[in-house]
Ligand binder design. Structure first.
Ligand code: SF4
Length: 397
């Protein structure tokens, strides 16, 4: 079992992701200067838009747990500054003291073409540099976008990111982030593109990242659409990227069809599963290949059935706490409770430790993820805590 402290932090994290937070004026001090602001490199996760004010990106709880900030004017949680201290209050009770995360120095830099680096990529959590190759998805054209997604909506609210990013500029930003030591892994993602252009873009990005960072074993992943020819995945493996994600979002195919109608029409559930298996053959098992899930949309037992089935195939699951945020078809729906998410993380982590850790022969069942970057997911926190308990027991025995 998790220690009581980590369980309490996991529950508070889950509740602040489910309900969001309010932020008092005093607590905005230093955001965008000393503390890292939101950049919206992908989605808007806030319940309420905030175009006129920089909002903190993440907060750290006393035990080290990192939590994505989701603004919600109806939240029971209020973050307030009292002197040097940021307090989270629920009603009249202080439930935690938190810190905003430090702003990285490369947020003030520009590329050689004069583009602000924050309009290319974002540092997620402590250490993961993330870029969307395209902040637009073809599925919005006919309204068949996934129900939880606001990819095309978000850049229209915030004039922050380039919709398309040149490979050379991505390389420069990654070079600055890795070179200054703030990033130690990365994620590339983006909307579905017409035709089969994604593989070509990813090849260009990875080549540029190799050149800029000097790395040949690339510590990152790409979340992508299954290419028509699955052998194209070998091109990415040859360029040194460690893992790939093919997001099912819901494991039950009926939920997949209902929540992601465009993905079903254009690609199909089975093609996602084929791509996951083909990628395991190329990259190996042990969690290098994974699926993201928008947890809370389908019943817990359906999702856990998926976590088990995927883990038995060497594939990791990343169940994110669903945000029914602005600009999505599901805006202001209700996700399940914080307790629901803690139970899911406990049960999913047990399955993944059992299957993936054994396959990997490595200490972590998701080699491409860490607690510092999983700001909207409890799983890695719970896995870390469980592994720590196991090590303590082993050492004690
Ligand atoms: S595939 Fe779905 S989640 Fe991904 S960008 Fe398109 S609509 Fe959004």
């Amino acid at each position: 079992m998790c220690s009581e402290t980590s369980l309490n932090e996991s529950l508070l994290k889950a509740r602040m992701l489910v309900d969001g937070i309010r932020i008092a004026d005093s607590a905005y001090e230093g955001v965008g200067q000393q503390f890292k602001e939101q950049v919206h490199h992908l989605f808007e996760y806030d319940f309420d838009l905030h175009q006129t004010r920089a909002c903190p990106a993440e907060m750290r709880l006393p035990g080290g747990t990192v939590v994505q900030v989701r603004l919600n004017e109806r939240s029971p949680f209020l973050v307030r500054r009292q002197g040097e201290v940021l307090r989270v209050e629920e009603g009249s009770n202080e439930v935690a003291r938190v810190e905003w995360l430090e702003r990285p120095a490369f947020y003030d830099l520009k590329t050689s073409a004069g583009t602000p680096m924050t309009s290319i990529a974002e540092l997620v959590g402590d250490d993961c540099i993330a870029v969307s190759h395209t902040n637009a998805c073809v599925l919005f054209a006919d309204g068949s976008q996934c129900g939880f997604c606001n990819l095309n909506f978000t850049p229209k609210q915030y004039d922050e990111v380039r919709i398309k990013k040149k490979a050379a500029e991505v390389g420069e930003v990654f070079g600055a982030a890795f070179g200054s030591g703030v990033a130690n892994h990365f994620e590339i993602t983006g909307g579905i593109l017409p035709g089969n252009r994604e593989i070509m873009i990813l090849e260009q990005y990875l080549t540029s990242i190799r050149d800029a960072t000097g790395l040949t074993d690339l510590p990152g992943t790409a979340i992508m659409t299954p290419p028509e020819d699955l052998s194209d995945l070998e091109k990415l493996q040859r360029l040194g990227i460690r893992g790939l994600g093919f997001n099912l979002e819901c494991f039950n195919p009926a939920y997949f069809r209902a929540v992601c109608p465009g993905k079903e029409q254009q690609i199909g559930y089975e093609k996602y599963r084929e791509a996951q298996r083909a990628a395991v053959d190329i990259f190996g098992a042990g969690g290098r290949i994974y699926s993201g899930f928008v947890a809370g949309v389908e019943p817990m037992e359906d999702l856990l059935h998926g976590v088990r089935e995927l883990a038995e195939e060497g594939i990791a699951s990343i169940p994110l706490v669903w945000s029914p945020s602005s600009g999505t078809r599901f805006h202001r729906h209700r996700p399940p409770s914080g307790e629901w998410y803690v139970e899911l993380a406990e049960r999913a982590s047990a399955l993944m430790i059992r299957h993936l850790r054994r396959d990997a022969g490595k200490p972590r069942p998701i080699p491409t993820r860490c607690t510092g970057c999983q700001t909207q997911c409890l799983l890695q926190d719970v896995i870390q805590s469980r592994l720590h308990s196991l090590q303590t027991l082993t050492a004690g025995g």
